[in-house]
Design a protein around this ligand. Structure first.
Ligand SMILES: C[S@@+](CC[C@H](N)C(=O)[O-])C[C@H]1O[C@@H](n2cnc3c(N)ncnc32)[C@H](O)[C@@H]1O
Length: 197
């Protein structure tokens, strides 16, 4: 079965653009078949972005968008917070689109093909993710639990999970490592901020 994280080299291409306006910025995202939320920005990702921005984040941060897809979260945060954003995913088409979108929206950052943190070598002030629930709980927990090794001191992990996708049990597993705060709740999506204990 094909998923949004499957690399299928035979997949045809039907590029499209998605426009997104936030504050005074108008972002253009190139999207295509075979990537997550190909026709519109995901509601949970938008809620995550809006919640981060409402909580007075500082500028000049170093941000990692893990499971970046075509780059929505990291590109908006990188631009609005005048920050460096790096992007990682396993889906090659998503990474190619993300690189194009970084250039289109003039954000400073690099794209890294990496299964969770395998190829990540730096540390970040903020790790942000709409994790790949369809890839299974092991991958999701790998991304969320191991974020601690890629955070600067005082760094935070921000993530979105739907209530019906096991938010409660995932958060329980993270509580030993992080202090977790539920920062927003809307239409079944929960936004969490995790800080090292
Ligand atoms: C729910 S989508 C979120 C995409 C994007 N961040 C957004 O908000 O639109 C999750 C992403 O995680 C990626 N992914 C799946 N398995 C992964 C893994 N093992 N390591 C890194 N990324 C993975 C998928 O390819 C997909 O792009």
């Amino acid at each position: 079965m094909e998923h949004y994280f499957t690399n299928n080299t035979n997949l045809k291409s039907e590029m499209r653009t998605i426009l997104f306006t936030k504050e005074e910025n108008v972002f253009t995202f190139f999207s295509d078949l075979g990537v997550f939320s190909k026709n519109k920005i995901d509601y949970g990702s938008k809620l995550l972005l809006n919640t981060i921005l409402k909580n007075n984040p500082s500028e000049n941060q170093k941000i990692l968008d893990i499971g970046c897809g075509y780059g929505f979260l990291g590109i908006c945060l990188g631009k609005i917070l005048k920050s460096q954003a790096d992007f990682s995913d396993v889906n090659e088409r998503a990474l190619w689109l993300c690189a194009k979108n970084i250039q289109e929206n003039q954000v400073n950052g690099q794209v890294i093909k990496s299964n969770t943190y395998e190829k990540i070598t730096e540390k970040y002030d903020m790790i942000v993710t709409n994790p790949p629930i369809r890839a299974g709980k092991i991958v999701v927990l790998d991304i969320l639990l191991n974020a601690k090794d890629y955070l600067n001191s005082n760094g935070t992990v921000w993530f979105v999970i739907r209530k019906d996708q096991g938010a409660k049990s995932i958060v329980q597993k993270l509580e030993g490592v992080y202090e977790i705060t539920n920062m927003a709740k809307d239409k079944g999506f929960y936004i969490f901020k995790a800080k090292m204990r």
